[in-house]
Design a binder for this molecule. Structure first.
Ligand code: DAH
Length: 347
């Protein structure tokens, strides 16, 4: 019996396909879907089907009937759109299109690199967090253990929106995505009614602003991707293996990581992160500095309301332009912002 359904389905599809004008379509409809059509015939034949198989048989015939109705409606719609309505050109939908001379648009290389980075970290269990670009000094500095009077707060090195010498809580364009660490911890603690109740594992890509003089490696606006992982008993081992995993997922199985001791106010210990990568098979491996990292300073945790007896964690921050320039061999950061199609279409 089910052969009969399949056979009719094939016959109906072929018939619909070869119905090339309105008349043929109408004839097809009454032959298959009409009151005395073949689908109805199939339904009538249910009496020949063993009782136990009847429900399944009926359901299959109904599905076929729906499918054919839909296919018919589609085909009739296509005919209606292209049918000559008296005078006027006929639209031949089978004619090859005209190639556009302007080319097809696509995401900017920086957006693509950001998306790739997010993808790699998402596979390691990080979710994406966001924070505002217009920040205040509490999130950009104070809660990152960069107190009043610290040289990093100098107005020469920051885009303040309020005068820091007169405002109690001056607003500024954020100079680092580390601000998002603070916001994420604050939100998690608030959600837990004043304490952190579960681990945090986030990355935060975004724009940052610094009044640097523009040259081949500096821009007053650039992008960073920040990471924060808080859990019970997190050590440098988790940090280094996460970074190695990232480096290999992004740059290939040959990549290596190197941590060089340094100082950041918000991590202890702190390290500069270098990646050893080979861009192309014919090129030598080389070390590239991509950012900073470390174990989150207990003072930062406390200021965000996280219990340092229970939680520890690591953080890192990379420059997205750096990674893009390293990966694609781009010699000048300004090329990333010039919107020159001759450059962008090469990537
Ligand atoms: N915020 C630092 C910068 O902009 C980069 C950084 C270093 C971020 C160490 C971190 C970190 O999260 O742990 O230079």
């Amino acid at each position: 019996m089910s052969d009969r359904i399949d056979q009719l389905a094939a016959e109906a599809r072929a018939g619909l396909h070869s119905a090339n004008d309105a008349q043929a379509l109408d004839a097809w409809k009454s032959a298959f879907l009409g009151g005395k059509g073949k689908v109805k015939g199939l339904l009538a034949a249910v009496k020949d089907v063993p009782a136990a198989e009847r429900p399944a048989y009926g359901a299959r015939v109904n599905t076929l009937s729906k499918e054919l109705e839909e296919a018919f409606a589609l085909r009739r719609g296509a005919f209606a759109a292209s049918a000559p309505s008296g005078a006027g050109p006929v639209l031949d939908v089978t004619e090859p299109g005209i190639h556009s001379s302007t080319g097809v648009g696509r995401s900017h290389i920086l957006s693509r690199v950001r998306d790739e980075l997010v993808d790699v970290f998402a596979r390691m269990g990080f979710s994406v967090a966001e924070g505002p670009e217009l920040e205040d000094d509490e999130h950009n500095f104070i809660k990152l253990n960069i107190p009043q009077g610290h040289p990093a707060r100098d107005p020469i090195d920051n885009f303040y929106v309020d005068d820091p010498s007169t405002s109690a809580r001056p607003r500024m364009m954020r100079s680092q995505t580390s601000t998002v660490q603070v916001r994420v911890m604050e939100q998690a603690v608030a959600a837990g009614g004043g304490r952190l109740t579960s681990p945090i594992k986030v990355i935060a890509p975004g724009r940052v602003y610094r009044p640097d003089t523009v040259d081949a490696t500096h821009s007053f606006m650039f992008h960073q991707i920040e990471g924060l992982y808080l859990d019970r008993g997190v050590t440098m081992v988790e940090l280094k293996s996460t970074l190695l995993h990232f480096a290999r997922a992004y740059f290939g199985p040959e990549a290596e990581v190197r941590l060089r001791p340094t100082f950041f106010p918000f991590t202890e210990p702190s390290a500069e992160l270098d990646l050893k990568i080979r861009l192309r098979p014919d090129q030598p491996v080389r070390w590239m500095e991509v950012g900073g990292c470390g174990l989150v300073h207990p003072r930062v945790l406390s200021m965000c309301g996280v219990d340092t007896g229970e939680w520890s964690g690591f953080a890192f921050g990379f420059g997205i332009e750096r990674l893009a320039m390293g990966k694609y061999g781009i010699p000048d950061i300004r090329m990333l912002y010039a919107n020159d199609a001759r450059f962008l279409t090469q990537l």
